[in-house]
Design a protein around this ligand. Structure first.
Ligand code: SF4
Length: 200
């Protein structure tokens, strides 16, 4: 079986943690399977649980417009979450749920091998920093700064920023989020130029 089909099928039928009992649909993720940029949020919300697709509610609309603002299409990137099933009432994921679910993200990352992993929100950022053996401080201190890291054997730049859901009703956070995406676009452009120069 194709490794992507295998992962998605395992996620859709997974019972590794108690969240399987609450879901309507598990949400494996979607997008380019050789994407340069992978976006990792915290967990599916209500609309995601209903549709089985990541970031399709109001926060997803904002994320899509931020991606387009970078000159990319949503289909050019890969979008997923740390946790693939919705926690009841959108509560924070628990550590044992993260531990149970993280092997799926690890396999997705190994297949995609992105250059940049954007951690959306502090739960995703803390989990990814810890997985890379880095100390997580806070979103206020670390957002919008690309950090070279090795994540489960894949060399990436980790890029933490605010979760779009947090920015929906907070104009100050939305401004920070928009600036972080502008910086991310510049960073990607710089990296592409650097790669090209390596070949000249
Ligand atoms: S959250 Fe992850 S580990 Fe838990 S049931 Fe869903 S897919 Fe399995």
């Amino acid at each position: 079986m194709d490794p992507w089909e295998a992962i998605e099928e395992e996620i859709r039928t997974c019972r590794r943690c108690p969240l399987h009992a609450f879901r309507r649909n598990a949400v494996p993720g979607e997008g380019r399977r050789d994407a340069e940029v992978m976006f990792v949020g915290e967990a599916p919300g209500r609309v995601e649980d209903e549709t089985g697709r990541p970031f399709v509610g109001a926060a997803g609309k904002l994320l899509t417009s931020l991606i387009e603002g970078m000159g990319l299409r949503r289909e050019d990137v890969y979008i997923t979450n740390i946790i693939k099933c919705r926690p009841p009432g959108n509560r924070d994921p628990e550590q044992d749920e993260i531990r149970a679910c993280i092997p799926y993200l690890k396999r997705q990352l190994a297949l995609i091998k992105p250059r940049v992993v954007v951690a959306l929100g502090r739960h995703a950022a803390r989990t990814l920093f810890e997985a890379a053996g880095l100390k997580w401080r806070s979103m206020a201190k670390d957002h919008g700064k690309p950090l070279a890291a090795e994540l489960w054997g894949v060399k990436v730049h980790l890029y933490p920023t605010y979760h779009p859901a947090a920015a929906l009703y907070n104009p100050r956070l939305k401004e920070s989020l928009e600036r972080d995406f502008e910086n991310l676009a510049r960073f990607l452009k710089g990296k592409r130029r650097g790669t090209l120069l390596d070949y000249l």
